[in-house]
Design a protein around this ligand. Structure first.
Ligand SMILES: [Fe+2]
Ligand SMILES: [Fe+2]
Length: 243
């Protein structure tokens, strides 16, 4: 793999992670599928991570924050246990020593917090209420900061949304069912990254649930202007921070 890997945000990416093999990480019992990656073991990273039952990961710091959605099993650290369906944000500067008693599968984004986003978030989405969204859609907001929004969206069978444009891009991970737009069909486990100002007209046949992030894929010049302010891009250096 060449670095940086998949970090050109102007390119649309569709990866069906269910078709890819897990790769070893730096620690035994923890494997991963890299989706986007700045450096071999540091910097901006998005991955699927799998812990075998009983696996532990060494203590590490998150210089630019860590965002996790627990897909299967149960993830844990010294602060708590997080069953499947839990959404976690560990802000920049946080540290922990994670492990899993029964094993788990995670969707993980590292070092992608916007400057000033310092809030820790833990939401068990299996216990939180859904809000009514557009049409028959249901929405569960998970986090909002600056230009970035994260939510779960539940689509009932046969639902359609309106054609729309993504300011700051859109990233989707299909948690359940099959998500569809005019460009293709995306079964459970598919990761879709759509660029700033891309557009589509999504719908579903069977029901589906997706994790959606928007507004965080601004081109660097715009991001400097809107998000970071001049000369304020975090230099993450080459710190090893796991996954
Ligand atoms: Fe971590
Ligand atoms: Fe969209």
């Amino acid at each position: 793999m060449k670095f940086p890997h998949n970090l050109d945000y102007s390119k649309r990416l569709v990866i069906d992670t269910s078709k890819l093999a897990l790769e070893p990480s730096s620690l035994p019992g923890v494997e991963r599928i890299p989706l986007e990656r700045e450096n071999p073991e540091s910097g901006l990273t998005t991955s699927i991570v799998r812990y075998e039952a009983g696996a532990t990961f060494s203590e590490h710091i998150h210089p630019g924050g860590e965002e996790i959605f627990v897909l299967e099993g149960e993830f844990a650290d010294e602060f708590g246990s997080y069953p499947a369906g839990t959404y976690i944000r560990n802000p920049p500067g946080s540290r922990h020593s994670p492990f899993s008693r029964i094993g788990c599968k995670l969707f993980v984004k590292l070092n992608q917090f916007q400057p000033g986003d310092t809030k820790r978030v833990v939401v068990n989405t299996t216990e939180k209420e859904w809000l009514l969204g557009q049409g028959d859609l249901k929405v569960m907001p998970l986090a909002d900061f600056g230009t970035e929004s994260t939510a779960l969206v539940k689509w009932p069978e046969g639902a359609a949304f309106v054609p729309h444009t993504h300011f700051g891009g859109e990233e989707i991970f299909v948690l359940e069912g099959t998500f569809i737009d005019e460009k293709g069909e995306y079964p459970t486990g598919t990761w879709i990254r759509s660029p700033h100002l891309s557009n589509h007209d999504p719908f579903v046949k069977e029901g589906c649930t997706i994790l959606v992030k928007t507004g965080h894929l601004l081109p660097l010049e715009l991001s400097r202007e809107i998000v970071h302010g001049p000369g304020n891009i975090a230099d993450l250096g080459n710190v090893v921070e796991g996954f």
